[in-house]
Design a protein around this ligand. Sequence first.
Ligand code: ADP
Ligand code: MG
Ligand code: MG
Length: 899
Amino acid sequence: MSKYVYSFGAGISEGAATMKNLLGGKGANLAEMTNLGIPVPAGFTISTEVCTWFYANGKQYPAGLSEQVDEALGQIERIMDATFGDAGNPLLVSVRSGSRSSMPGMMDTILNLGLNETTVQGLIARSGNARFAYDSYRRFVQMYGDVVMGVRPEGKDAHDPFEEILERKKQALGVHLDTQLSAEDLKELVAEFKSEIKHRTGHAFPEDPKVQLWGAIGAVFSSWNNDRAIAYRKLNNIPESWGTAVNVQAMVFGNMGDDCATGVAFSRDPASGEKKFYGEYLRNAQGEDVVAGIRTPEPIEHLEQEMPLAFAELTGIYRTLEQHYRDMQDIEFTVQRGKLWMLQCRVGKRTGFAAIRIAVDMVNEGLISEQEALRRVEPDQLNQLLRPVFDVSEKRRAETEGRIVAKGLNAGPGAASGKVVFNAHDAEEWAKRGEKVILVRIETSPEDIRGMNAAQGILTARGGMTSHAALVARQMGKICVAGCGALQIDYRSRRMTVGDTVVKEGDYISIDGTTGEVIAGAIPTIPSEVLQVLLQKTLDPAHSDVYRRYASLMEWADKARKLNIRTNADQPDQAAAARAFGAEGIGLCRTEHMFFEEDRIDAVREMILADDEAGRRAALNKLLPMQRNDFRGIFEVMNGYPVTIRTLDPPLHEFLPHEDADIAELAKIMNVAFEKLKRKVEDLKEANPMLGHRGCRLGIVFPEITEMQARAIFEAATDCQKRGVRALPEVMIPLVGHVNELNLQADIVRRVAGEVKAETGVAVEYSVGTMIELPRAALTAHEIAGTAEFFSFGTNDLTQTTFGLSRDDAKFLPEYLDREIWPGDPFVSIDRGGVGVLIQIGVEKGRSVRSALKVGICGEHGGDPDSVEFCHQTGLNYVSCSPYRVPIARLAAARAALS
Ligand code: ADP
Ligand code: MG
Ligand code: MG
């Protein structure tokens, strides 16, 4: 018979860390810890295969499962010396979800299962502590009522029904903390919770422990498809088919009294990455109390004084685990009457800052290799290092103005300003209309993730560094200040009070996730430390640890990668920025961007309006010196690195006004009749400009344009060569669909190159190539490569022309993505199945006639890690992306080479 259930306990387990796919991350690591001799309460894991079976078979279970569960339960009973459902000595269990990749708080956990009116008496007798027994009981009824029976808040401003009953009870008794409730109070709460369940659902709370157990198992499997789990999977690209496992584990109790505690800790600081034991705990508490932010927890250091033995053991264990897994660990533990129990370990989620620091530090500590470090940093996490910080002087001013109103925990580094909203739904709605918002909550819960994702930053009043808000912010790379106790938040009136400052919905606030400060009003930001070193040169690298770690990581990436990284830049300052970020050339310099400049748009228009070639040449002669200057500036910055310059690409109408009033004004300036100008504008009008008279089609009809641009390029290059600057122009002809088009244009370029050489006596190293952005070009690449010395895939246009869709008119795109008709946005990541195949064909056919053909891409995709991986696999020579994406592309290329 198939094996569905895997036991662990008393130093032996049937599973191991390598079995994550089958046992889920939690189950596999519980098994691994057990094998390592770490104290873990006995339990068993029902495999993810059962989850798959469950969904494939109308929420039924496979035959034999129930027997295997009974047997495994029997084993827990023997190890724990207690019996499930027994009146005198009851075994209690937790039922916990756990998928392959951790989804913190996304699915549901139930504690203290097995309690009922009879067994609670046994628990009182065995523990000698009625308060503890009823505290456990009311928690169980509450969790079971929520997770299994569906009693939960309805509507976005609503509070939890059980929490409301609890609050009322506390108010009536005049107490503030759960811990101040007596056994009798808690017993009453159990009854009130049960009648609330009956009232809301029409069903009684089940008393039979076996019924409870199967109810809980079913609820965990079902939670795999609840809204928030689905939303989370979407955000994190987790396939639905993975399923979750269910872990059933003997309870240990952190809520038996003051010699008990429960906590969460990290082997390094998950926000900054600093190497120090980092965590929080609560005395006399259970389960999610720490995470839920119901009481503000204590820093882990205090445990050393309060429970020295347990702390010493915990320290030994976290070190063992970090060495064993060779990565930062996130651990959950409970101390029951001074005795430590481990309940979970996993590789800890971290901010981009921390990911980089931990990876680089671990290489320096000899724990991991440079390659491993590269694998551990997601390319996009580098964005966090480049992200702005608050301008110090602006912040100081806010301080003198008394606008720093509170301080919370620095849970997600970075600086954010925005308008306050008080619920996740509004955060989403407001962000959709383009507002920058800060989501302010008393505490966040898994329902809020979409809103958290939409917000610039997150601010909570309750909860610590391991609270849900902090956890999710870390993972999303959001700026977050958590546990800011000074905030008094009222959801209903949509305002919060901090001291005597009142902040209403829609007011601006700023949060500093690096320091934890909350500031009234907006604050301007300045570039990050990395940018201050690289671009502004206002910071000495010796004074910036952040920069030095960045530099190490980049150095390792450069060693590992095979792809060259270039940049798309049209101006010397952009080129300089890209060089500072490590660009090894320009992959796309768009000449038309220069045409819009104030001092030359007139000459461009004059050229367009000219009646004949002579008129056009006269106008082009005015443009020549300006273009030459542009190119010279770029060559100087890129000294020794190739610069790919694309000849004129956009349709000419883009350079003319379209409204009558503007046309009239221009007619006056240019001293032509309104009618004539108007007619020209009409003449140039196209139904589908993207597919119209543009790209090489312009240079073919008006060869003098290409001629002027080629001359500007070669004269600038010659000029540079003379001054010892090495210019390496690569002239790129856009929108070629037939080799004859390229031939016509390449002839002009080569002829002009020869003329300039004859005139100046200086030889310039150059090449002529083409963009591949039409399917026909890819399909006839073997013909085109006869002329082209390089190819550059223009993947923006190639995506449009392959899909037969104009990006400007793709208003339906969001719906396509929502309904997953396309697996992803093809303008973000290369569509491997279609556009990608054309690229492969183009490369193959091109190299079949010219083996040394240099091939790159220059679309927006050049800075997208997934597309960079594709380019590596397809054997491209380089990718070209915007300057700020260059570090990301370097890392992505290294990771592609390593995988
Ligand atoms: P999540 O996946 O959301 O982290 P868990 O399954 O880890 O949920 O459960 C949440 C918390 O419940 C744990 O951190 C732990 O404190 C508590 N818990 C779970 N099982 C047990 C148990 N057997 N004994 C004591 N506490 C438990
Ligand atoms: Mg957990
Ligand atoms: Mg194009």
